[in-house]
Design a protein around this ligand. Structure first.
Ligand code: ATP
Ligand code: MG
Length: 242
């Protein structure tokens, strides 16, 4: 039995998101279990980022519930969602380029840290965790794409989430950098943090995901183990069609 059935952390229940006449997410239900890695895949425009934005409080869903334990996050502000345990990275990196790597992570830590020294210590620990220990004092603007992605993950982890949402953190990376990103995700799971990962880099997500949810045209068309999803006719035709 999958862990999500035993103890769901996040339950998305019949969520829809409409933009005027366009329904970007259509009646999607899905779960993420405690400490589970779930991949969210689908062709461009499938609604992946929109669903993320609903879970993280950046959009209020038009319909449905987003349950994190006893709380319904639907319609809550991003900061409220973060305080309850949902952190995210952005598809388009939002690094503070004029700040150092350490300062970028401290921004995340200040959501919960009570003083600057504590925030700084936590930020150092998280930079080490994502393999950037030696880069603390570097201006973020001078970092490679791969380093900036890991920096964004460290900043998201600084809010001490139960659930980390990652939007295309492997896009544009070379194979060695993808392996580093995969290692970071596996270490995040070891901390007991659940990961919901939007990714087009299937060779990054398929080997490590407990489950893969596939969206196409806003609808969920598959939700199963990676191997089953890779052989699913509807999934193959959605990708070939794209
Ligand atoms: N703020 C918005 N206002 C209007 N339409 C939007 C908005 N955000 C997304 N959309 C539309 O909703 C649909 C789903 O977009 P979304 O960004 O969620 O797709 P995606 O699966 O993340 O795609 P990609 O793989 O290209 O990132 C698209 O048709 C998009 O144009
Ligand atoms: Mg997207």
């Amino acid at each position: 039995m999958s862990r999500s059935v035993v103890s769901p952390l996040l339950e998305v229940v019949h969520v829809s998101k409409r933009f005027g006449g366009l329904v970007a997410v259509k009646d999607v239900s899905m779960k993420v279990g405690k400490g589970e890695i779930v991949g969210l895949i689908g062709p461009n425009g499938a609604g992946k980022t929109t669903l993320f934005n609903c879970i993280a409080g950046f959009f209020a869903p038009t319909d449905g519930q987003i349950l994190l334990g006893a709380d319904n996050l639907a319609g809550m502000a991003p900061e409220a969602c973060a305080r309850l345990g949902v952190a995210r990275t952005f598809q388009i990196a939002r690094t503070f380029t004029s700040m150092t790597a350490l300062e970028n992570v401290m921004v995340g830590a200040f959501l919960k840290a009570t003083d600057v020294r504590l925030a700084r210590r936590e930020a150092h620990d998280l930079l080490a965790f994502v393999g950037l220990a030696r880069h603390a004092d570097r201006p973020a603007a001078t970092m490679t794409i791969s380093e900036q992605r890991r920096l964004a993950v460290a900043r998201a982890l600084a809010v001490k989430p139960l659930l980390l949402l990652m939007d295309e953190v492997m896009a544009g990376l070379n194979p060695a950098e993808v392996r580093e990103a995969v290692d970071v995700v596996l270490r995040i799971r070891q901390k007991g943090i659940a990961c919901l990962i939007v990714e087009h880099v299937l060779e990054g997500i398929m080997p490590i995901a407990d489950r893969i949810v596939v969206l196409d045209g806003g609808r969920k068309i598959a939700d199963a183990a990676p191997r089953a999803v890779a052989n699913d006719r509807a999934v193959i035709s959605a990708y070939l069609g794209a």
